[in-house]
Design a protein around this ligand. Structure first.
Ligand code: FES
Length: 110
């Protein structure tokens, strides 16, 4: 069975981020930083809550770091490590992604 389509690259154009539903029912999110796509489970290691409050806002001002809207934890987009805030040195759970020729975004198959 083919992997379900999660989103399209163009869906990230407005804010650089996008909340998504994963096929197994978990919440996820995507961000694009310097043209590269990253995806994580939408669960902050500080309080096990979603990172977003405003729709599809996952990036700090400047667009370089992922930010939890609740208490401001900052995460590296490259590996999900928290570099500042109440969960420093903990990490987001990464998603392995695949992008097809039309910009469709899927979970990468193992
Ligand atoms: S819930 Fe994310 S920083 Fe507190």
């Amino acid at each position: 069975m083919p992997a379900p389509l999660l989103a399209h690259l163009a869906d990230l154009d407005a804010t650089g981020g996008l909340a998504i539903a994963l096929p197994d029912g978990r919440a996820g999110f995507l961000v694009r930083v310097h043209g590269r796509l990253y995806g994580y489970e939408n669960r902050c290691p500080h309080r096990d809550s979603r990172l977003d409050i405003d729709a599809n806002r996952f990036l700090a001002d400047g667009g370089e770091l992922i930010q939890c809207a609740h208490h401001g934890a900052l995460f590296l987009p490259e590996n999900g490590e928290c570099v500042a805030g109440p969960c420093q040195y903990e990490s987001l759970e990464p998603l392995a992604l695949r992008v097809d020729d039309q910009g469709g975004i899927y979970l990468a198959s193992e």
